[in-house]
Design a protein around this ligand. Sequence first.
Ligand code: AMP
Ligand code: MG
Length: 413
Amino acid sequence: MIEPRSFPVSLSVDEARSRIVEIATTHILATENVALEAAMGRVLAADVSAPIDVPGFVNSAMDGFAVRGEDLTAAAEKSLRLVGQIFAGGAMASEVLAGTCVRITTGAPLPHGADTVVMKENTRVDGEHIIIATGTAPGANVRPAGEDYQAGDLALRRRMRLTPAQIGVLASFGFVEVKVASRPRAVLFTTGDELVAPGKPLGFGQIYDSNRFSLGGLLQQHDVALLRHARLRDDPVELREALIRAGQDADIIVTSGGVSAGEADFLPRLLADIGEVYLWKVRMRPGMPFLFGRVGGALMFALPGNPVSGVVTFLALVKPALEAMSGAMPRGAALRARLRQAIHKRHARTEFQRALLECDADGTLWATALEKQGSGMLRGVAEADALIVLPETVSEFAVGQVVDVLPLPGWPA
Ligand code: AMP
Ligand code: MG
């Protein structure tokens, strides 16, 4: 035990999360310029205004014929003499004078004199003339300059995570790079004397180190740059050296294991010794022994070794910290679903259960809790779509009751 305690112990999930976010907000990441090719999912670090009109010129929205609107009559078809053509990216055509038209393709600049495009489907060719059917209003099928963005429009706001369409917008402005928050540099430690790298034979009492991959995957999915991973023994000297070194070059340290109350759980005491403990233990299930603090310049998230606990604490407590450090707006709206079955919760902690999601014909999202809920059973997470959140103060959940949902990576949210 660590005495005296200068940090809170056994917080609610909400208390722990707000304390973590508060501290993470004082560890804001630097910014950098990245090429658009590498900008997917990165957090925009500055507002972006349109430097030019998009589109930059009046152009055709259809393949057809550029005409003068005043030449069209509502009552009868009209014959116009074809005097030229203009294709997207091609040379300018001659002016459209009264009684004439120019063949045009989608995206081509409107020739002088024309203010209307008649779509090809409403025309037919008659020698050197084009017969225009009735029904095209003057001004139709023309895209004004700046219809999408006008120069000076605020186009993208800082703090958003760039989507493919937003990167497309940046490209449409002619930018080749964009200013984003740097990715947090992370060191991942999986700890435990029983751990063996996949590919090697298992000895007595040994297991494969799966957290290196499930936590490594979560880091990857949340835009974290993994500096290195190391598998550490339950040895205070080895742990101390590795953590101090990571505190010198990482923004965050994520550890798994060694954080509960067992004889080989050295991390809480060690962290108090070489750094600072901000909080320990959260009233959640699974994940209760979670420890949060700092070593050197790095925030340290010590996750319990149970494979499910690692995923749950990552999504509930590490992810909000990563978002705060990058300045990102929380991703997506909070998701909720109705329970398919009644649930009785026997403890006064927030429970994160593994569940399947399905949307019914009325658009209601339903959650079905899976059977395998043990914190050591990674199968439950592997087969689930989401975690459902059962608040600590509620013990009886009725069919149809609405609960919060944390989608798991891979669920098409
Ligand atoms: P601990 O938090 O160190 O007490 O570990 C709790 C449980 O999680 C034990 O059954 C460990 O064997 C298991 N465990 C710890 N680390 C890992 C890991 N990296 N991969 C898979 N299981 C682990
Ligand atoms: Mg252990």
